[in-house]
Unconditional design. Structure first.
Length: 96
């Protein structure tokens, strides 16, 4: 049985992130790491989330046809990402 003073490392990190006011920054980093989960492994093979600045995700795409496909699915990708969080973290995606 856990005492009130025993916490997992994940709990400690999350508590620190919340108290420091860096929840949005932490969420952005997690989103960048989970890019393959949002678009699928095949799309992630030819694209990479390079940064998130002020709610705008920047994605580098190496294939023009895939860039066109992702632009068509942009709102669906944004909704999928934001559904995982209690706040809208991503407002727009720029494909380059």
């Amino acid at each position: 049985m856990k005492s009130e003073y025993e916490h997992s490392m994940k709990e400690l990190i999350m508590n620190f992130v919340k108290k420091s006011g860096k929840q949005e920054l932490y969420s952005e980093r997690v989103i960048m790491d989970k890019w393959p989960e949002y678009v699928g492994e095949m799309c992630a093979k030819y694209s990479k989330c390079t940064s998130i600045t002020n709610g705008v995700m920047h994605v580098k795409v190496s294939n023009a046809a895939l860039r066109f496909e992702l632009m068509g699915r942009k709102s669906m990708i944004i909704d999928k990402i934001n559904d995982a969080y209690k706040m809208p973290v991503i407002k727009d995606i720029l494909f380059g």
